[in-house]
Design a binder for this molecule. Structure first.
Ligand SMILES: [Zn+2]
Ligand SMILES: [Zn+2]
Ligand SMILES: [Zn+2]
Length: 484
């Protein structure tokens, strides 16, 4: 599939942003603008033993490739589906005795794919790869040094008998991976597990308040459609009405940063100065830094609590990494006590503490306290995020589950319905997470009916269920580690 023939979009010159994509017909919320399989993708080094190298699912007992002993799969079906893209890699790994890092593995997969598909520069997809921005000229000396090391590793990995590839081209591919590599999550969107390249998606420019979202959807896994689910397919979906001729945009960074922080992140990683409307006018910056309404805290107090919060967040992260969840809760409670009289309910420092507090308390099955924090967090998010933002939808879903587990069935069901409405747009009705949410919506609706008929019966039933079942979201154990 090439962009030139892809309905309903076309490539155009988007001024100083370079090339961009725009629509040739009007689109509505939830429309799939296009779907695209990865050109190449690899599992992160850190997860290479736990995630299937074909379908990118986490696996407790994966099946290992007997030859390279590096690649792991769900089963023979996944292994067979992946053999075509693994076979050259497999012999290269055997030859040097050890798999190189994920960047080098991805670059090599891209090269093998280019060779296999064409061997020529005439193919439309390849032309697209050649034309993709590498930003080599804008990289800092340190970044360039790192890139050169990867290039060297590439040459010791790349088979001697394979076609010779020039150093400039190899550097170009590493530059492209650096600024266009797309992080792939597992099926449930809970954990980042790998990185891939989607050439058509690379043409979609950034806006902090975008009109589209990207979602990974491999489809439901069954033995029958192994070739489909191993394709690592993304969908670009419209978040609202997009008029004919309008440019398509996605956000490369989380909106929940004040504009100067977003601009700094974008400059660091993608080498451009964001001039989107939200950055230019600092839209919502006031909400993200808001003091508590009616309190008018002095500048000194604001600064003191801000500094305290920043230090607390570092400690929370440390305790979380160590798995010391009781310490996480202790620091969160302490910090919230300081923040509550000073910060408004949309202040980012406050939201950044509410998030681990509710997550970790849920994990520890302290659902009452967790649900209170979760509720405050999503109400804050809802005032900041685009109403159809995918992260907002996921956060509301988790808050709904927490309320449900806390026995607050009315609130739980309400939140789950709210999340479902957002995910129908951002993920689509056929995505595994949306399907899980739909099941939860039906279940909570039934429980709510029971609750309204007889509260006592409802509570005893719920306790019986909770006492012999660990907390799970969407059928999987809750992930306590951050997903980014
Ligand atoms: Zn698999
Ligand atoms: Zn192998
Ligand atoms: Zn911006």
């Amino acid at each position: 599939m090439t962009v030139e023939t892809m309905d309903p979009v076309e490539v155009f010159a988007a001024g100083e942003k370079g090339r961009g994509l725009r629509v040739t017909k009007e689109l509505s919320a939830g429309d799939v603008v296009f779907a695209e399989a990865s050109f190449a993708a690899v599992v992160f080094d850190s997860l290479s033993l736990q995630v299937c190298h074909s379908c990118f699912r986490r696996q407790p007992n994966p099946h290992r490739c007997a030859q390279c002993k590096f690649a792991h799969y769900c089963d023979r079906t996944c292994q067979r589906a992946a053999w075509d893209e693994h076979k050259q890699e497999c012999s290269a790994i055997r030859k040097i005795g050890k798999a190189p890092n994920e960047n080098v593995r991805l670059a090599a997969r891209i090269m093998w794919r280019i060779k296999k598909d064409t061997g020529l520069v005439s193919d439309a997809q390849l032309t697209t790869l050649d034309l993709l921005e590498d930003h080599l000229s804008k990289m800092t000396p340190e970044d360039l040094k790192e890139l050169k090391v990867d290039v060297q590793h590439f040459y010791s990995y790349w088979p001697k008998k394979s076609k010779v590839v020039g150093e400039d081209y190899v550097s170009h591919i590493f530059g492209v991976i650096n600024c266009n590599g797309f992080t792939l999550c597992d099926q449930r969107g809970l954990q980042a597990v790998g990185v891939g390249l989607f050439p058509n998606l690379c043409l979609v420019n950034h806006d902090c308040w975008p009109n589209c979202t990207v979602i990974l959807n491999h489809g439901i896994q069954t033995a029958l459609d192994a070739s489909f689910h191993s394709k690592r397919r993304i969908e670009l979906r419209a978040l609202g009405k997009i008029s004919e001729g309008e440019e398509l945009t996605v956000s490369y960074v989380d909106f929940l940063n004040v504009s100067k922080d977003r601009q700094r992140l974008l400059k660091q990683q993608y080498y451009f100065d964001c001039k989107c409307e939200h950055c230019t006018n600092g839209i919502k910056d006031d909400l993200m830094t808001a003091g508590r309404e009616g309190q008018k805290p002095s500048a000194e107090v604001l600064k003191e609590v801000t500094d305290f919060s920043l230090q607390a967040l570092v400690k929370i992260e440390e305790a979380r990494t160590k798995g010391d969840f009781h310490e996480v809760i202790k620091i969160c409670r302490e910090c919230l006590q300081k923040q509550d009289p000073v910060f408004g309910d949309t202040n980012l420092h406050l939201l950044r503490v509410l998030s681990p507090a509710s997550e970790v308390l849920s994990f520890l099955q302290q659902f009452d306290e967790a649900s209170g924090y979760a509720r405050r967090m999503v109400e804050g998010y809802a005032k900041l995020y685009h109403p159809n933002n995918a992260q907002l939808g996921m956060a509301i879903m988790r808050a709904g589950v927490t309320h449900w587990h806390a026995g607050q069935i009315e609130e739980g069901h309400g939140l789950i319905c709210r999340a479902y409405a957002i995910l129908l747009i951002t993920h689509g009705a056929h995505h595994p997470i949306t399907k899980d949410l739909e099941a939860m919506r039906t279940q909570t609706e039934m429980e709510l009916r029971l609750f309204k008929q007889n509260e006592y019966v409802y509570h005893s039933m719920r306790e019986a269920v909770l006492s012999n079942k660990p907390m799970s979201v969407a059928g999987e154990q809750v992930q306590i580690k951050a997903t980014s």
